[in-house]
Write a protein that binds this ligand. Structure first.
Ligand SMILES: Nc1ncnc2c1ncn2[C@@H]1O[C@H](COP(=O)(O)OP(=O)(O)OP(=O)(O)O)[C@@H](O)[C@H]1O
Length: 348
């Protein structure tokens, strides 16, 4: 006997179980509720202002494909008044990014959104394939993550965007909370659950409208709406720290699906004691990008590659005056909490 759709007044049979709340719904109600949940997140947090130009970080993967599609639907349905554009970064990974960019090219036509592609090679002089050939498959994700973050910012600025949105979903954010907790990275732990970061004037504001959306629901939404995306994992990331956190969270989810949202809520509720030293953000003396050090991490990494000092920007060195975790000036004697590492590890 078919189970009826749980949406009031809907007479269809349920065909889908929503991961978010376990409710059984028909495909039409699944789509509508998915979209309205995202709208709810956007409106409850006043994420956009009318007239904003919003760059969508488009990797060709499921999350950013769904994000681009849903942003287009909601912008029209709720009259947000946004100008939407697609921005892709070509890291230069043959057999991975070249294929996923073809998917973005098709989305550009189908969703009628302008697309700009910037490459690591043009921005930094190095593609990821060249970097991996030089450094091997250890630490390569550090290069890629630092470069991508900056490339998306630079690209969005160049295009005159006032905000950048990415397809980070609830599972991604729960993983990040866990990773920062395990690394003892208080600065990142404090801000990684924010729906919008960089809106304090430091850098271009970047927002995550899918912050509360489960990965499983995103995959289902893409399937129901026949969205085309590229689904191969990055060939250089099989041993990344994130993958271990992902596996762990998937196991937790099997036992208790709400664990994902609860990890996010825990992250949102964490307050940092005021004695804990947090990095002071300034500007990179070379490229002007936001940085807690004289040189930003991207500039350090590039210098390391160009001068064959391959641990530059990877190994943490205490080169500036920092405060220890106990709040005393660092004078050489350790208080035991070695918080200088954490102060040094700030991202941008
Ligand atoms: N090469 C890229 N170009 C533009 N945006 C990107 C790129 N890589 C990642 N992003 C943005 O960052 C978000 C999270 O990155 P992540 O590495 O999880 O993406 P992915 O697994 O390649 O693809 P997706 O998240 O779209 O499924 C993406 O949803 C996208 O908005």
């Amino acid at each position: 006997m078919p189970i009826p759709c749980s949406t009031e007044a809907c007479t269809s049979a349920a065909t889908i179980k929503r991961s978010k709340d376990g409710s059984a719904v028909c495909a039409t109600c699944f789509t509508r509720r998915f979209e309205e949940d995202v709208h709810e997140t956007i409106s409850a947090t006043n994420l956009f202002k009318r007239g904003e130009k919003v760059a969508i970080g488009a990797s060709g993967g499921k999350d950013s494909t769904v994000l681009a599609y849903v942003m287009k639907v909601l912008n029209a349905r709720h009259d947000y008044g946004l100008e939407l554009i697609l921005l892709s970064i070509d890291e230069g990974i043959k057999g991975y990014r070249d294929d996923s960019l073809k998917s973005v090219e098709r989305n550009k036509i189908e969703y009628e959104l302008p697309l700009t592609i910037l490459s690591y090679k043009d921005l930094y002089g190095w593609s990821m394939d060249e970097i991996v050939a030089r450094i091997g498959k250890k630490n390569n994700c550090t290069f890629c993550g630092v470069f991508r973050r900056q490339a998306l910012d630079r690209g969005a600025y160049k295009l005159g965007a006032t905000k950048l949105v990415t397809g980070h979903n609830a599972d991604d954010i729960a993983e990040t909370v866990l990773m920062n907790l395990l690394r003892g990275d208080v600065a990142r732990l404090q801000r990684c659950t924010n729906i919008c970061t960089g809106d304090d004037g430091g850098s271009l504001p970047r927002a995550k409208p899918l912050k509360y959306t489960f990965e499983k629901d995103i995959v289902m939404y893409a399937r129901v709406n026949k969205l085309e995306y590229f689904y191969t994992e990055c060939i250089y990331a099989p041993n990344s720290y994130r993958n271990f956190a992902r596996d762990y969270i998937k196991k937790l989810e099997r036992v208790r699906p709400r664990a994902i949202l609860d990890i996010i809520y825990s992250g949102e509720s964490i307050a940092v004691r005021k004695e804990v030293a947090l990095p002071v953000l300034g500007r990179c003396s070379r490229c002007g990008y936001i940085s807690s050090q004289k040189l930003c991490k991207a500039c350090l990494l590039i210098e390391g590659l160009n001068t064959n000092q391959l641990d530059l920007g990877i190994k943490r060195k205490v080169t500036t005056e920092t405060k220890t975790g106990c709040g005393k000036d660092k004078t050489g004697s350790s208080c035991g909490c070695s918080n200088e590492d954490k102060v040094q590890s700030i991202d941008f």
